[in-house]
Design a protein around this ligand. Structure first.
Ligand code: NAD
Length: 260
């Protein structure tokens, strides 16, 4: 479905981003990986994906808190993959604390990675999409782009902002073959939420599995984690022709969290 297309997936060295990068590559898309981690592990990942899917897979370590590195990342994507047709803004970090004791440096970092980075990637990518008359921008927001939870001031602010950015870009690109949508996952078992499961398990004096179940029970009516594969498949759908007229949306994948 995506043979000949090129995608940049930020924060794709683990979790949801890696799953979406794999889903895109499985459909013949060239992929630029980005994110942190052990250099040898990332090279194994890059090389393994290229072999498994038979597509070009590149890697750039750009730090999403640094606008100049983001510009260079988009330029490197175009240089190595020939274009940038699909942009998945996925890199994200979390910190939980009440607002009156929230460390300002954590606020700045979360706003930079979870919100401002997407402005910069979009700004640098759009000219290429407009030239080709086709583009897909997929912002990995969160249920926290739609509703709030206590102790997540920076994260909720950034994700609400990302949903707003998604809508503005949709309006500015409407009718040009480009769509801009946000995916809003509920609890998905990745490294990002591991500290919250640990904290819950310790507070209740239970094991990690029971800590996870307790976390789900509080917010996610299905009481099941969203799977990375389900998010990858939704990203693929948004890249399909069936989704040509879906733009400016924020799609919850949350087991009923935001229906409450
Ligand atoms: P993760 O920790 O597994 O992945 C985060 C990725 O971002 C990693 O590849 C990491 O290296 C990268 N990253 C972090 N800081 C970076 C920086 N400064 N520059 C470049 N890359 C950076 O977490 P995940 O759960 O897969 O999160 C992916 C996205 O999904 C995030 O935006 C997160 O907010 C969102 N999300 C996750 C959940 C969940 O329950 N896991 C729910 C809703 C939304």
């Amino acid at each position: 479905m995506l043979t000949g297309k090129s995608a940049l997936v930020t924060g794709s060295t683990s979790g949801i981003g890696q799953g979406i990068a794999r889903a895109l590559a499985s459909q013949g898309c060239r992929v630029m990986l980005n994110g942190f981690g052990d250099a040898a592990d990332i090279e194994r990942l890059r090389d393994g994906m290229a072999a498994e899917y038979g597509v070009t897979v590149a890697y750039n370590r750009a730090d999403m808190t640094r606008p100049e590195e983001i510009g260079a990342l988009v330029a490197d994507t175009v240089a190595q993959l020939g274009n940038i047709n699909i942009l998945v803004n996925n890199a994200g970090i979390q910190h939980t604390a009440p607002v009156d004791s929230f460390p300002p440096e954590k606020w700045d970092a979360i706003i930079a990675v979870n919100l401002s980075a997407s402005f910069h990637t979009i700004q640098h990518s759009l000219p290429h999409m407009k030239t080709g008359g086709w583009g897909r921008i997929i912002n990995i927001a969160s249920v926290h782009g739609l509703v709030a939870s206590a102790n997540k001031a920076a994260y909720v602010t950034a994700k609400h902002g990302l949903v707003g950015l998604t809508k503005v870009v949709a309006l500015e690109t409407a009718g040009q073959g480009i769509t801009s949508n946000a995916i809003c996952p509920g609890w998905t078992r990745t490294e990002l939420i591991e500290p919250q499961i640990v904290a819950r398990a310790q507070a209740l004096g239970v094991d990690m599995e029971e800590g996870g179940r307790n976390l789900l029970a509080e917010k996610q009516p299905s009481r099941q984690f969203v799977s990375i594969d389900q998010l990858g498949q939704l990203a693929l759908f948004l890249c399909s022709a069936a989704a040509d007229q879906i733009t400016g949306t924020a799609l919850p994948v949350d087991g009923g969290w935001t229906a409450q």
